[in-house]
Design a protein around this ligand. Structure first.
Ligand code: ADP
Ligand code: TYD
Length: 206
């Protein structure tokens, strides 16, 4: 029997990852799969610390943030309560809103991308996504969506940052293209159209 899939959704802030995570989960469930949706930063104490830093409740250097994400990810994978590895063993198809490609893109603005890739190698060895779906949205469109849907913008959510993160994502794709299965989807469309393209691609690996 085919192993359950692990799918990571990637993209700049406001690209539609959480929306598409829900829509993909629904499609998979309708096709008879047990689905577990999850996200990073997680809601564990490590994830909470990260959110506290982003909302300026706590001060920390970018190296510390990158390190916290590594720890949050390893905990996300291996914790015995609802860790991704456990969920896969239990027969769930797992969809994660962000995984290590997010770290490559977001932290490489502040340190070498190779450092970030190395720091995440343990997570990559434990579990590589069967498919990384990058929802490709123009930073301007993303910014409009963010400002419409949210009351306050988080630390990384300025237009210049989004442009930089997008460039770093593509730099990362080039670097890891031989190790990762990456599907880039045009996200500047209606939710349902994006969802349909994602579903077409996921069906190929089911
Ligand atoms: P992310 O998880 O990548 O930050 P969200 O799924 O939360 O993105 O979407 C950000 C905002 O944009 C939300 O208000 C959401 O309803 C809206 N949105 C998501 N996808 C689309 C789309 N394809 N077209 C227009 N608005 C969208
Ligand atoms: P998230 O809550 O997913 O925000 P959004 O819904 O806007 O995408 O993520 C919070 C921020 O964390 C987001 O700006 C991206 C950043 N991030 C990193 O900097 N490194 C990482 O490894 C991950 C997973 C996220």
């Amino acid at each position: 029997m085919a192993k359950n899939l692990f799918i990571a959704l990637e993209g700049i802030d406001g690209s539609g990852k959480s929306t598409q995570s829900q829509l993909l989960a629904r499609q998979l469930q309708q096709a008879g799969h047990k689905v577990y949706t999850t996200f990073e930063p997680t809601d564990s104490p490590i994830g909470k610390m990260i959110r506290d830093i982003f909302s300026h409740r706590m001060e920390a250097d970018h190296k510390v943030i990158a390190g916290l994400f590594v720890a949050d990810r390893l905990h996300h994978l291996s914790n015995q309560e609802d860790g991704i590895l456990k969920k896969l063993e239990e027969g769930y198809t797992v969809i994660s809103d962000r995984y290590y490609l997010s770290s490559y893109a977001y932290h490489a603005a502040h340190m070498s991308m190779d450092w970030v890739i190395n720091a995440n190698s343990m997570a990559a060895d434990l579990l590589r996504p069967d498919l990384n779906i990058y929802i490709d949205v123009d930073p301007e469109t993303s910014m409009e969506r963010i400002n419409k849907g949210r009351s306050s913008t988080e630390m990384y959510e300025t237009l210049d940052n989004l442009k930089n993160v997008k460039a770093k994502y593509f730099e990362a794709f080039e670097k890891v293209k031989h190790d990762e299965n990456i599907y880039i989807i045009n996200g500047n469309r209606e939710e349902e159209e994006v969802a349909e393209s994602i579903w077409q691609e996921v069906q190929k690996i089911l």
